[in-house]
Every structure is written in C-alpha cells, then in structure tokens.
Design a protein around this ligand. Structure first.
Ligand SMILES: *Cc1c(COP(=O)(O)O)cnc(C)c1O
Length: 356
C-alpha cells in the first residue's frame, strides 16, 4: 500500500516525477544510456539543464535579469555564500527559527549582523510584523517558511535594500513578486525534487560589490557565467527537479498550487481547532501552509505516542514533530494530495471517538 507521506524533507514527490526519473535512470529518452552514466556536457544532458532553468523562471515569473543556478552544498552552504558574496559591512537578518539562526551564525563570520526582528521570545511561534529596515544594510535575509516551527510569512515584504530569501520549504507554494527579491534560494528537497541540488535565483546586479576575494566555486558569478556547469552538476537531482517543474506546469502552475495548498491547510487547521484532543502551536496569522504543527491538548498529553502509533497503523508516515516543538508536524507540500490530508483528519476523528 502506498503510504500517506507527511515527511518534512526530503519529502513526497508527484508519482509521475518518480516514474519518469526512474525511467531516465534506466534509459534516458531511449538513447541506450542511463541519465547517471553520461557526461553532463553532452547534447543529452545540456537541454535538460536549460529546460530546468527555463521552467523555473517561467513558473516563478522571473524577469530576464534573473539567473537560475543549480548548485551543490544545500541551503546550508548558501548561509555562508550569501554573506561571502554580498556582505561588505553589515546585513540585517530576521530571526524566525533554527534555519535563520544558522544563517546568522555564518554571516557573523563576514561582518556585522543586525537582527531586525526575532520571535525567539515565544519559541518562534509567530512571524514578526512591521519590521523596521534601515537603509544602511548590504542586504536583508529572511526565511519565508520556518519548516520546524510551522510559521510562514504570506506576503512579500517591501525592502529598501537587497532582499535575500531562504525559500527552501515554501518555494513555488504561493505566487511571489520576484522583483522584490535580489535572491531566492533553497534546498530542492522540500518542494522541488530530491536532495542533492540547491536552487538559486539571483539578480546579477547585486554581485561584484564586495572587496574580499571569493574562491571560484563560491562565487555566484562563476556559476552564472558557466550556466551551472563550472563543475559537474548533480544531474540526477536536476532531472527530477525538471520533472517536478513540468508536473507543476501541467497542474496549472504556482497559482493552482497555492489554491490547492490553501485548501489542504484549511481542512487540517479546521480539524485541529475543532478537535478537543489537539491544538496548533503557531499563532493563527503566521500558520504555515506547508508544515502544519500541532500537539495533543494538555489533558490528553499522555496520548501522544498512542496517536502516532495509531496514525502509523493507518498508513501515515513522517508525522512526528521536530524535537524542538514536539507533538506532530504534517508537511503538506505541493505534491501531497488532498486525500492524504483527509485520511489524517479521519484518523484524528477516530482517535477522538475512542478517547475523548
Ligand atoms: C531544510 C532547510 C534548510 C537546510 O537545507 P539543506 O539543503 O539541508 O542544507 C535551510 N532552510 C530551511 C528553511 C529549510 O527548511
């Protein structure tokens, strides 16, 4: 039986993405060779890279002066590459969780970090509002969706300086105004594909403004110039990302994803709010459409392990919350069908009948 996959990442991919990628590993487009046993500098792979970059730009709605890069090292390497390439003196960071804190730690190696807003005071249960942004910063860094805490900012902020966004876990889950960002990056493994590739969408004019030397591999200009082929790119992961992008286009694009994501999240949050056995952990306005965090209500606290066990017996996977929040986390990424959300809600109702 195919399980209901609520994993936070790597996570569920559309069935056709798995199917097409598996086929390409066996035999790429009938050429008699596997995707993973050919040179990336061939007429077999180069069009795949170009198509992935084109599809990415088209889906997210990026103007011509933005470049799409597919790099290694995960979003975690971007925490260092961003300040390496963009910070001369001082940058502003919005501290909304573990990933933001990790980005701040790296940035401090390169200059001064001003934390413009933080939700650390309440275990990152909300996204700070009305953030005041000084204009003497080299850039501002924001984590739009906080995968661990289940909080998300649902709009694009106006920023007087270059805005850099870690969108690892909400990329293409809602429409964004790309022109408000100098750079958008993330690990692919949460909404776009398998682990092993990092996407970077970058406006070229933000580069070349720092005085330090940048090692070739860590310089965005290298990868722009070489079309993400300076060194061997992760061909397997890029192939699967392109299949995901093609699937999203067939489905109706990012607008449609947003509509489906809102519908899924609404169903589950409504049940969390209705069912006396459960409660949400994030403040309502900041609730994520991608990672839905909830816990057992205090009077049922001792039932937590039992509910997880019961959900598992009903085919639910990946529901255990992150240890920093506890309870449960249902990740409802683009590829998760609404039927899985309904199946989880059935579990919650049945558990309520048995116990409440
Ligand atoms: C998962 C995650 C990361 C880390 O990604 P890696 O590709 O594993 O380095 C960074 N930021 C956010 C918001 C994430 O969800």
């Amino acid at each position: 039986m195919k399980k209901h996959n609520f994993s936070a990442g790597p996570c569920i991919l559309a069935p056709q993405v798995i199917e097409n990628t598996a086929n390409a590993v066996r035999d790429l487009n009938g050429i008699g060779l596997s995707l993973i046993e050919i040179s990336h500098r061939t007429k077999y792979f180069e069009p795949i890279m170009e198509e992935a970059q084109k599809n990415f730009k088209e889906l997210i709605g990026a103007p011509d002066n933005y470049h799409v890069l597919f790099l290694g090292g995960g979003a975690s390497l971007q925490f260092a590459m961003v300040p390496f390439n963009l910070m001369e003196k001082k940058a502003g960071y919005i501290e909304t969780g573990v990933w933001a804190k990790k980005a701040i730690k790296e940035a401090k190696l390169f200059g001064e970090v001003e934390v413009l807003a933080s939700s650390a005071d309440s275990n990152f249960s909300y996204f700070p509002k009305n953030i005041n942004i000084p204009s003497d910063l080299d850039y501002v860094h924001i984590t739009t969706n906080n995968t661990i805490y289940g909080t998300e900012i649902h709009h694009d902020i106006d920023c007087p300086v270059t805005l850099v966004a870690d969108m690892s876990s909400d990329i293409m889950s809602r429409p964004v105004d790309v022109t408000k960002y100098g750079m958008i990056y993330g690990g692919a493994q949460k909404n776009l594909g398998p682990a092993g590739v990092t996407f970077v969408l970058i406006r070229e004019d933000i580069l070349g403004k720092v005085s330090r030397q940048i090692p070739t591999m860590l310089d965005y200009r290298t990868h722009i110039k070489e079309g993400s082929m300076f060194n061997t790119p992760p061909v397997f992961a890029i192939y699967a990302v392109n299949e995901t992008l093609k699937w999203m286009k067939q489905m109706g694009g990012v607008e449609k994803m947003y509509e489906l994501n809102k519908a899924k999240a609404q169903l589950l949050y409504d049940e969390i709010d209705r069912n006396p056995m459960f409660m949400g952990t994030a403040e309502k306005e900041s609730r994520s459409l991608m990672n839905i965090c909830f816990v057992m209500a205090p009077e049922y606290k001792e039932k937590e392990a039992e509910f997880l066990e019961f959900a598992k017996s009903q085919g639910m996977e990946g529901l255990k919350g992150h240890r920093l929040v506890g309870g449960f986390r249902a990740s409802t990424y683009n590829a998760l069908p609404i039927e899985s959300v309904k199946a989880l809600i059935d579990c919650m109702r049945e558990f309520e009948k048995k116990n409440a």
